[in-house]
Design a protein around this ligand. Structure first.
Ligand SMILES: C[S@@+](CC[C@H](N)C(=O)[O-])C[C@H]1O[C@@H](n2cnc3c(N)ncnc32)[C@H](O)[C@@H]1O
Length: 251
């Protein structure tokens, strides 16, 4: 297995096949951070896709991630400390944090507990930025294949919060101790190599869950073959959609 994602561990699948968050997203956030750049916290840091970018913008970054296998990065930046904990189990002093990011992870958290914590940790000028990469919309036959797989099986194993488009921004907007400054959908048109599509799909939680429960040990290999056939050996186009919300503490 050299070109697809179904032989990868969860960490490898994430590192290799998840597209990086786009420069347009970071440019938008760069216009929003407050004046102090001492401390940022990345909740649900995973393999550090957002943490590494924060580390170039803030003096010190804490990466909070309960899955120690994902947190085992080969080359952590010097100003990053990794905390193997769930978001609901960490505590920081009130009004000491300049930025909190939650990248494609808020849907796994106890929002009624975590968002008020974040509001307390943030300085008055501090910023919460939460976003989620929604399921990409692939063009042409590949889009139809993905829609069919969702309807035929994946969707039953998709968490209701993942099914709900725009859930992340709605959850933050509903928090009574945060003031939402911006809630938007960023859309990036992208070209994918067919094997990148396979790898991406194999990194999705409900695709992995479906493969595990399907009783078919070759499900992912067959999915790969069907994706490659649908792509016809050509680059595939599609849209990455990011549900993004930016908020500051009320008070
Ligand atoms: C889809 S991944 C996103 C990882 C990373 N932020 C990124 O953008 O690539 C979701 C992450 O949330 C983590 N997670 C799940 N429950 C969590 C919790 N209660 N507190 C903190 N992180 C959690 C998972 O372990 C996983 O690494």
């Amino acid at each position: 297995m050299t070109n697809g994602g179904h032989g990868d561990s969860a960490r490898e699948a994430y590192d290799r096949w998840r597209p990086p968050y786009p420069p347009t997203l970071w440019a938008l956030l760069d216009d929003q951070w407050g004046p102090s750049r001492e401390l940022a916290i990345d909740l649900g840091a995973g393999t550090g896709a957002a943490t590494r970018v924060l580390a170039r913008r803030f003096d010190r970054v804490l990466a909070v991630e309960p899955d120690v296998a994902l947190l085992d990065w080969p080359d952590p930046p010097d100003n990053v400390e990794r905390l193997p904990l769930r978001a609901g189990d960490v505590g920081f002093a009130d009004h000491t944090v300049d930025a909190v990011t939650i990248a494609s992870a808020l849907h796994w958290m106890d929002v009624d507990h975590v968002l008020p914590d974040v509001a307390r940790w943030l300085r008055p000028t501090g910023l919460l930025a939460a976003w989620r990469l929604e399921m990409p919309a692939f063009d042409g036959p590949l889009g139809a294949l993905v829609d069919d797989e969702l309807a035929m099986g994946w969707d039953q194993l998709r968490h209701p919060r993942l099914r709900a488009h725009g859930w992340t921004s709605r959850a933050v907007q509903a928090c009574p101790v945060l003031r939402t400054e911006l809630a938007t959908e960023l859309v990036e048109r992208v070209a994918f190599e067919p094997e990148e599509v396979v790898g991406f799909l194999c990194s999705v939680s409900f695709v992995q869950a479906y493969a595990a429960r399907s009783g078919d040990p070759d499900y992912l290999a067959r999915l790969e073959a069907r994706v490659l056939e649908a792509a016809g050996g050509l680059t595939v186009t599609g849209s990455l959609r990011f549900d993004l919300v930016v908020a500051r503490p009320l008070g």
